[in-house]
Design a binder for this molecule. Sequence first.
Ligand SMILES: NC(=O)c1ccc[n+]([C@@H]2O[C@H](COP(=O)([O-])OP(=O)(O)OC[C@H]3O[C@@H](n4cnc5c(N)ncnc54)[C@H](O)[C@@H]3O)[C@@H](O)[C@H]2O)c1
Ligand SMILES: [Fe+2]
Length: 406
Amino acid sequence: MDTMEKLYCRIFQGAFRMALPVLPYREPELLNRVDAIPPVLREKGVGRVLLVTDKGVRRAGLTRPLENALKAAGIGCAVYDGVEANPTIRNVGEAAALYCKSHAKGLIAFGGGSAMDCAKVTGARIACPKKPVYKMKGILKIRRKLPLLIAVPTTAGTGSETTLAAVITDSGTKHKYPINDFVLIPDYAVLDYRVTLGLPKQMTATTGMDALTHAVEAYIGRSTTRQTRRLCEEAVAIIYGFLKRSYDNGSDKAARAMMLRAAYCAGAAFSRSYVGYVHAVAHSLGGRYGVPHGLANAVILPYFLEEYGEHCERRLARLAKAAGMVPKEMPKRKAAAVFLQWVRDMNRYMGIPEYIHEIQEEDIPAMARHAAAEGNPLYPVPVLMNAEELSFMYEKIREKRDMNEN
Ligand SMILES: NC(=O)c1ccc[n+]([C@@H]2O[C@H](COP(=O)([O-])OP(=O)(O)OC[C@H]3O[C@@H](n4cnc5c(N)ncnc54)[C@H](O)[C@@H]3O)[C@@H](O)[C@H]2O)c1
Ligand SMILES: [Fe+2]
């Protein structure tokens, strides 16, 4: 990236950093049990809701207790369970149509990031019926209050229950992009470990690494605050202590509860301090090939940490020390190396590959352009890269494949 472009990006990021104290961030109100939802709806005078979920979550029976409790409380509930992983504009359209048809007055998002993001943008469509989803792409394009939104995460990863983001895929163009607006922050987040107990091993692994990527990208970026650094340190310390435990034994209630907390902290941090190119590249792979978000992040994270090198060393060392991974007196270069090795070891232990085998050479320029457009000028990454430099990163991730295959 040339000097003028770099200057522009840094000035843009600086302006947002300075505005941070006056921006209308808020935290959702926290509930720790799903059965606390009907009383909240009654208190708010909401007599009908749309439950937004996916078939996997519904088939696993996770929504049944809530559906029964709503019925018992006399609250009408229509269910949209058509959300796909990497939710699409079509999913949003269908959910919004059902919301209107069923005369719902509030939304309950029940599932992983896909269900929560679909519900958020459904709410945005209800608030702005004349604005198509693609016009909401970017920052602050909604600016109208959504209907009541309660988010129940069933994975411990995205933090969407507290973030101002929703990531949507246009299946026609295979473009996946974030929509960022304060109005997308849910009103309530229900952190109930019980709904995560049956999360399959592989999903536990990849969604946990997504939460880690949020914390790491926010922490090594240039727009942190004391509050977001503390949140990232807490998230990483929990993930260091509990991700392996919840991977090894999904029924470990304490570990599941702690991972929900980690995902929440990391989400609250990156909502204010942003993610980085790992996410921009992961979104391009989700849009183009449907690569699951957490898996893409887990694979890509070590590549970028290595590439940033000394530019993220000090921060990585601090994270390693805050998590209790290394002694406080360890020199920063060594501590950062321990951190990076831990990320690689976690991936290996949980069966996450070292490369993304879906990447096709001919798709790289378009994906790199999308990643650059998402990341620049917004993400305050340690080292700025343009589309050409990002192409090189995609090549690197492919290179491993070639080396492994030979
Ligand atoms: N809005 C944000 O701030 C934000 C942040 C990061 C990622 N995201 C987005 O979130 C999406 C990914 O979300 P995700 O990783 O949580 O996965 P997901 O929501 O796509 O769910 C993946 C699969 O897991 C299943 N599943 C979920 N919970 C389960 C449970 N408890 N038991 C059994 N199966 C369960 C689902 O049925 C689904 O098949 C991506 O689109 C990503 O871009 C959003
Ligand atoms: Fe993410």
